[in-house]
Design a protein around this ligand. Structure first.
Ligand code: 5GP
Length: 112
């Protein structure tokens, strides 16, 4: 089944894209949980963290470098939180590996 994130990659549905390269896409979450709430995805379709293989190590490392660049571009000097949900207990809704990048307020710990 085609996920909503694959449709965003393929421009079948719109999104507010803030960064793109050949491997990665970053766009604004449609239901933001913070003043800044971005979704960071690989263009490769990997459903969850559990579906990663060792061949994906460099790709996921690249996503973190992308997050650093986006944080610099958006001047997130106060910091940000990176979250990934894996599976039903974590509340994963979209079965395309993604990282939430949240900023613009302080965050509690432990998370809910
Ligand atoms: P998950 O719960 O899978 O970790 O997070 C999925 C995220 O994708 C949610 O925060 C949700 O708001 C976001 N989302 C779901 N559908 C869309 C969409 O069509 N466009 C955008 N920009 N975000 C979406």
């Amino acid at each position: 089944m085609t996920t909503v994130f694959k449709k965003i990659i393929d421009r079948q549905i719109p999104a507010e894209i803030v960064y793109e390269d050949d491997q990665a896409l970053v766009f604004k979450d449609i239901r933001p949980q913070a003043p800044v709430h971005l979704i960071v995805i690989p263009k490769k379709e990997i459903p969850t963290v559990n579906d990663m293989t060792e061949a994906d190590e460099a790709l996921v490392g690249h996503l973190f470098v992308v997050m650093k660049k986006v944080a610099q571009q958006l001047n997130l000097a106060g910091g940000y939180r990176v979250v990934t949900n894996c599976g039903p207990d974590a509340g994963q809704e979209v079965m395309h590996l993604h990282f939430h990048m949240l900023a613009g307020r302080t965050f509690g710990w432990p998370p809910g």
